[in-house]
Design a protein. Structure first.
Length: 184
């Protein structure tokens, strides 16, 4: 899910910023350009730190900016199919619930919430099991499994993550605690 890797990149420092602290400007530009970016095989860059300049910057003819090679530690978040995650319900819709996991919202489809018919109460932002009367509301903490991942490198907000809670050991954390207490 999360990993830290050392990454090398080139940033363009515009001429208007050359009078300022060069190292700080390079760090600021690297952070602005890279955080939130998706790299296909590694996931989304959540945070960069320990930015270091490598060598001298390069000036290209016809461009007043300086191209500086930088190296930094990047914290990546990559959702992996089959991985069990914990998240928070952030929105209830007529077709399911959105769960906040890292920098993404995953969709927990209504058919994947529980082994019960689910009724929707959009007005009160909750999903209710018809027979069990279990509720899922905004703000509840859940444990789910990732069943589908589609990361969009060009438009990270259009990335999609599918989730399920219809397996043993998954569900709203209060349901799991109650089940564990009943077993003892």
């Amino acid at each position: 899910m999360y990993s830290i890797e050392r990454v090398e990149d080139v940033v363009r420092i515009p001429p208007s910023k050359l009078g300022e602290d060069y190292k700080e400007i390079a760090k600021e530009i690297a952070t602005k350009n890279q955080e939130g970016k998706i790299i296909s095989d590694k996931g989304m860059i959540v945070l960069i730190k320990n930015v270091e300049l490598k060598g001298e910057g390069t000036i290209v003819h016809g461009d007043g900016g300086v191209y500086q090679t930088v190296e930094y530690d990047a914290l990546f978040f990559k959702p992996v199919i089959g991985e069990v995650i914990e998240g928070t319900v952030v929105e209830i819709m007529k077709y399911g619930a959105f769960i906040k996991i890292g920098p993404f919202d995953g969709l927990l489809h209504i058919s994947q919430i529980m082994d019960d018919r689910v009724e929707i109460d959009e007005h009160n932002q909750r999903l209710i099991g018809k027979d069990t009367r279990r509720e899922l509301r905004v703000g509840n903490h859940v444990r789910a499994r990732i069943v589908a991942v589609s990361l969009n490198e060009f438009s990270p907000q259009d990335s999609r993550i599918g989730l399920t809670m219809r397996q043993p050991g998954l569900g709203r954390l209060e349901w799991l605690e109650a089940a564990a207490a009943r077993k003892q």
